[in-house]
Each structure stands twice: as structure tokens, then as C-alpha cells.
Design a binder for this molecule. Structure first.
Ligand code: PGA
Length: 261
């Protein structure tokens, strides 16, 4: 069984002291759970101190980005290679990276490859803008983002990775319109279908596909109930102790209800 994945993307919020405080509070509430995996993505500067603070049976860490070259004269960058023993996951191709930092398909592809080459699991973010959706281009955009990002990976590597469907228009940064589960079911199925086309169903059924875009404690369960949805990636809500633990509780509760059925 795939473990339900909940990834809190803290973006450029919370300094080291604030991050540490939130982690201490989360420790009190979130227990290790066989079926649920809770991942925190603090800022780069907080990763090291948080890595010594967290109980790794309860939390895993993700970096929010990294640079695809292993080392060299790239002032200001941190490589995947440097993150190897620190984090389990790296978020790659987040729409804020694609839009604010002009990361194109080739950069995202190189980052996904570097992540895997260095032994970490990419959480590849894909999603269409409002304009692309209005223009009927959603499937083409998702196809291009998925096919190009996976182009250097083997089936086993794709089976182990995570793809986050994050419609850009639903992310709080870009307006945060609410995408109802019924608005995203087809897109999530389409992403899995793309993987099936490329690698076969024995691979695609293992790949975890998660949803992100203004998910909070009230809406998480409805997304988690989507057939092709294996987890959620909250941004804003993950900064709030009550909202984030509420999201984790929704996943606990859903798993329990399923077992009772
Ligand atoms: P949001 O962010 O939950 O604040 O919309 C999600 C994301 O950008 O990953």
C-alpha cells in the first residue's frame, strides 16, 4: 500500500527559531504512523538545525529547491549533492520557481535528474496557469511538463517519485481560487495516464500523485478521497499549527474509516 503523503511547503517563511518552535509543537501532536508520511519543507537555512531536532520516525524533510550541478562556481546556489544526507525529498519545478525564476522545462528536467542521481526523491510540481486552462491547453501543458521532466528516468525511478498536481490558479500565491475536487479529478487521472503511456501500469500505479493548491484542514479530506490522489501539498496552511495538524488528522481519520469499511 502507498503511504499517504502530506508535505508542508513553508516557502520563504519562518526563520530558524520560528521553524524550530513549530516543529516542537508538531512533535507533540503528530505520531509516527504506518500509513501516513509527514514531510516538512522548511527554508534552506533551517534544514540542518531541524534535521537534528526531528524524530525521523515521525517526519521527513524536503528541500524546496536545489541546483542541478553537483559543485562549482555557482554563487549562491546549493546543490542536490550537498543535500544528500540531509533530506529525503526535494520539491522541483514549483510554479513559483517556474514563474518567478524562469525555470523552463529543461532546467526542471535537469533538476529531477540531479535529485534522483543524488539518491533523493523528487516531488515534481506540474500545473497549468489560469490562462492556459481558459485556452483549453491544460492537457498539453501537463503532458509537456511530465514527459520532459521524466525524460532521463527509468521506470523504477518514476515509480518511486512523487508528482504534485498544483493548478497555478489555485495556489494562494497566484490568487488561490478554489479548485473543487471535481475540477481536478480529470487532471490527476491524466497525469497517471501519461506515466502509464510512458512506463506501463506496473510503474504508474506506484507513483504517488498528490494535490496542492490552497489545501487546508477543511478541504484536505475531499482531495485525499480522489482516486488518483495519494497526498496533499499545503503551503499557507502548513505554517499554521492548527491547520497543518488538522490536515494530518484528516488523513488519519480517512485511513481509519477505510479500514473499518
Ligand atoms: P498554498 O501553496 O497551499 O499556499 O496554495 C501550495 C503550494 O504552493 O505548494
Amino acid at each position: 500500500m502507498k503511504r499517504t503523503l502530506i508535505v508542508g511547503n513553508w516557502k520563504m517563511h519562518l526563520n530558524v527559531a520560528q521553524s524550530s518552535l513549530l516543529v516542537a509543537r508538531l512533535h507533540k501532536h503528530i505520531d509516527g504512523h504506518r500509513d501516513i508520511e509527514v514531510v516538512l519543507a522548511p527554508s534552506m537555512v533551517a534544514l540542518q538545525p531541524i534535521s537534528t531536532q526531528i524524530d525521523r520516525r515521525r517526519f521527513r524533510l524536503a528541500a524546496q529547491d536545489a541546483y542541478h550541478k553537483d559543485e562549482g562556481a555557482y554563487t549562491g546556489e546549493v546543490s542536490f549533492h550537498m543535500l544528500r544526507d540531509l533530506v529525503h525529498y526535494v520539491i522541483v519545478g514549483h510554479s513559483e520557481r517556474r514563474i518567478f525564476f524562469n525555470e523552463g522545462l529543461d532546467v526542471v528536467r535537469d533538476k529531477v535528474s540531479a535529485c534522483v542521481r543524488n539518491g533523493m526523491t523528487p516531488i515534481l510540481c506540474v500545473g497549468e496557469t489560469a490562462q492556459e486552462r481558459a485556452g483549453g491547453e491544460t492537457k498539453q501543458v501537463l503532458h509537456d511538463q511530465v514527459v520532459s521532466a521524466l525524460s532521463n528516468l527509468t521506470g523504477v525511478e518514476v515509480a518511486n517519485m512523487v508528482i504534485a498536481y498544483e493548478p497555478v490558479w489555485a495556489i494562494s500565491t497566484f490568487g488561490g481560487q478554489i479548485a473543487k475536487p471535481s475540477d481536478v479529478v480529470g487532471e490527476m487521472a491524466f497525469i497517471r495516464h501519461q506515466i502509464t503511456e510512458l512506463y506501463g501500469s506496473h510503474v504508474s500505479k506506484h507513483t504517488r500523485i498528490i494535490y496542492g493548491g490552497s489545501v487546508d484542514d477543511h478541504s484536505a479530506r475531499a482531495y485525499l478521497e480522489i482516486d488518483d490522489c495519494d497526498g496533499v501539498l499545503p503551503g499557507n496552511a502548513s505554517l499554521n499549527y492548527h491547520k497543518f495538524t488538522g490536515i494530518v488528522d484528516s488523513a488519519y481519520k480517512m485511513n481509519r474509516d477505510k479500514k473499518d469499511d
